[in-house]
Design a protein around this ligand. Structure first.
Ligand code: ATP
Length: 398
């Protein structure tokens, strides 16, 4: 169970917090390669004891940022702090082995000729306590009895746990994990992911997890930092990131969403779906984000919306609906509701929606023409969107 680590601003969900709590932090850190700026003035903040996911598409600079934290790259500008001390920048350079940073690589990078215990002991100073720490960490990662196995005798998930144990053994200030699950097949991933999270939390470790997999980032992290073109565009707890993305591109990258333009006033927006509540009041032309689970639908033979198709996933289904206006939206339903292509339905939003005024201000909403009903301000006394009939007929499950 996650605990709240930060307060977030209502507008963007961007984290605000006291600076002193960071296990690792960067301030304006920048890295240029000959043909590209891989990391561009990044401010990352990783609270002690937190698991922070760095999420972004391929090439956005995630690995370079991790290498800057570890000390495998030198920044061209900005600073890196580990445990409150400057590790890079302002004329300081601390090599990787002095940073108290543990690494878990994509390919695990275990020594094939060493057994489990020796792989884990590798980074530990010789002396009293070494053997005890190795045994303690072997038990933590659930490999008791496999101390003398070689990596080739272990499954991918077990090798992953050895790599994690080796990184945790010296009690680092932070563990950095670079796409640690990408070499595991889909069937193993969820279990190994859960194991890794449990181990990190049981050890009280601070961790940064780099991934391009949004589900992985949302499921494991206390906070997620979304990277785009070398920059962190939003760092926030998963729930805030999902429900209050900083902009449309974050919204599209983290989860499914439809976007509908309309005219907002008095905390509501008038659009193709009727009059809907907004998460926070804005006035004028806006685009609103609609997640599939923000909508519900119900059978309505008189309805003007029509089911065009559905994708059945087992645990739920995604229904494609064409509204009277011709706009298409998606509605997530539980797996037991039955709808078919061609069914007429009613559709409504079940919770307030996130507005993005920027797209309309920038003239990016082609549908907002002067005669569009979507932009017409509400007339006084006009009703808000109708809901499903009372009783058990509704197909929506919220
Ligand atoms: P992926 O998810 O595909 O691993 P990423 O988000 O980790 O991508 P990086 O590997 O950090 O992205 O790369 C960011 C940018 O920097 C890319 O344009 C990449 O081509 C470039 N880059 C990375 N390392 C180097 C290097 N050593 N020399 C030149 N360019 C580099």
């Amino acid at each position: 169970m996650r605990s709240p680590l930060v307060e977030t601003t209502a507008r963007t969900g961007t984290a605000t917090r006291p600076a002193a709590t960071a296990a690792i932090a960067t301030h304006g850190v920048t890295k240029d390669f000959p043909s590209t700026r891989a990391v561009d003035e990044v401010d990352l903040h990783v609270p002690r004891g937190a698991l922070v996911g760095v999420l972004g598409p391929s090439g956005c600079g995630k690995t370079t940022l991790l290498r800057l934290l570890a000390g495998f790259e030198r920044p061209d500008a900005g600073t890196v702090e580990v445990d409150g001390r400057t590790a890079a920048g302002e004329g300081v350079w601390m090599p990787p082995d002095r940073r108290r940073v543990g690494m878990v690589f994509q390919d695990f990078a275990l020594f094939p000729h060493l057994d489990v215990a020796d792989n884990i002991a590798f980074g530990l100073p010789r002396g009293r306590g070494r053997r005890q720490r190795v045994q303690e960490i072997i038990e933590l990662v659930g490999l008791a009895g496999r101390e003398h196995s070689r990596p080739s005798e272990l499954s991918g998930g077990q090798q992953q746990r050895v790599a994690l144990a080796r990184a945790l053994a010296p009690r680092p200030a932070v563990v950095l994990l670079d796409e640690p699950f990408s070499n595991l097949d889909a069937g193993m991933r969820a279990q190994v992911r859960a194991d890794v999270e449990r181990i990190l939390r049981a050890d009280g470790a601070t961790a940064v997890l780099v991934t391009h997999d949004q589900e992985e980032a949302l499921a494991m992290s206390d906070e997620v930092a979304v990277m785009r073109e070398g920059r962190i565009v939003q760092q926030a707890p998963p729930e805030d990131l999902y429900h209050q993305p900083a902009d449309r591109r974050v919204a599209e990258f983290v989860g499914d969403a439809d976007f509908v333009c309309g005219y907002a006033e008095r905390g509501q927006v008038r659009c193709d779906l009727g009059c809907l509540e907004l998460r926070h009041p804005v006035d004028g032309e806006v685009e609103v984000m609609i997640r599939p689970e923000d909508l519900e639908l119900w059978p309505d033979p008189e309805g003007e919306s029509v089911v065009e198709g559905r994708e059945f996933y087992g645990h739920d289904q995604l229904v494609h609906v064409r509204l009277a206006s011709g706009r298409r939206v998606h509605v997530r339903l539980g797996s037991v509701s039955h709808v078919e292509a061609g069914d007429r339905v009613g559709v409504r939003a079940v919770r307030p929606l996130q507005p993005f005024p920027e797209a309309c201000r920038l003239g990016l909403c082609p549908e907002l023409s002067a005669d569009s009903t979507a932009v017409r301000p509400r007339e006084s006394g006009e009703r808000t969107a109708a809901g499903p009939p009372e009783g058990p007929a509704g197909a929506g499950e919220g």
